[in-house]
Design a protein around this ligand. Structure first.
Ligand SMILES: [Zn+2]
Length: 293
């Protein structure tokens, strides 16, 4: 695959949506109920009727690659885990999304998942996560020659698994929103934590999101991952007190900041089908330049 191809807007798919029907069937029980409603609503929106938004089906991430990323002990623990296969497929979804944008076949991508990834560390996991989809994908991209990555995690739970992988790695700029309090920036290692509180409003979140993007402005990354958990909605199970209007505004700020660089949005926490029905098409619409739908 021609990974360093010149990116050219002409004829390029604006948003690659990566989806597999196993995600709503076999995904983690808390997460899976929102997957099909979110996807169906996206299809019903008309956004995917033309060439701008196209759907792709992933394959499972190669086991040999996953074994390079996670410890033998973790792999052993996962061997009898019922969600193992859908977790490998979820990692494959993020990998395909990244391949499509880095190769220039799509400007951006939205990767559905059946399990989440950001609480999966090298040697363990918790919180509906089994394999770290983004860490596996970065390993894959580094084999292709990419070096510098931006990860913005807006799931309201702290992305401890991702930090375990990249906490010491200054070539991965890790911005992490969470429902605790206080900001902690480790500029030498490029770790930036935004504790914006359990009750953070749309205004607070979007203001802090803007300042996080500003921090990353001069970091010369080659691809951006947004770990998107809509459990931040006031009617979903996680922290923050966001409304539906926060997500397209977040996506618009991100799209402007990322510009023509590759962007992958990775579905993370969230269980409320009503939130997914709106939030997912809204984010994709902004990415496709078709907002409002
Ligand atoms: Zn979460």
């Amino acid at each position: 695959m021609a990974y360093q191809r010149e990116r050219d807007d002409d004829g390029m798919t604006k948003v690659a949506v990566v989806y597999h029907h196993d995600f709503p069937r076999y995904g983690y029980s808390v997460l899976k109920d929102r997957i099909k409603p979110g996807y169906d609503s996206l299809m019903e929106s008309g956004l995917a009727d033309g060439e701008d938004v196209r759907v792709f089906q992933p394959e499972a991430a190669p086991l040999s690659l996953v074994e390079e990323v996670h410890t033998a002990h973790h792999m052993q623990n996962m061997s009898s885990e019922p969600y193992r296969d859908v977790a490998l497929l979820s990692a494959g979804s993020v990998m395909l999304a990244a391949d499509l944008v880095v190769s220039g076949q799509a400007q951006s991508a939205f990767a559905f998942t059946g399990t989440a990834g950001h609480h999966a560390s090298r040697g363990g996991c918790w919180g509906f996560c089994y394999f770290n989809d983004v860490a596996i994908t970065i390993r894959h991209l580094r084999k292709m020659g990419l070096k510098r990555f931006l990860i913005i995690d807006v799931d309201p739970h702290f992305g401890d698994g991702t930090r375990d992988f990249f906490g010491e790695d200054a070539d991965v700029f890790h911005i992490n929103f969470h429902a605790g309090s206080g900001k902690e920036f480790d500029r030498s290692r490029n770790n930036y934590d935004f504790g914006i509180g359990w009750a953070a409003s749309d205004v607070t979140f979007l203001d802090e999101f803007s300042s996080a993007l500003e921090l990353a402005r001069d970091f010369d990354y080659q691809i951006c991952f947004l770990i998107f958990g809509h459990d931040s909605h006031q009617d979903d199970y996680g922290g923050f007190d966001l409304t539906l209007s926060a997500y397209p505004r977040m996506a618009a700020l991100l799209k402007e900041a990322v510009g023509k660089k590759p962007l992958v949005v990775v579905l993370s926490g969230g269980s409320n089908p009503d939130v997914a029905r709106r939030a997912i098409p809204d984010v994709v619409a902004v990415m496709a330049g078709k907002w409002p739908i």
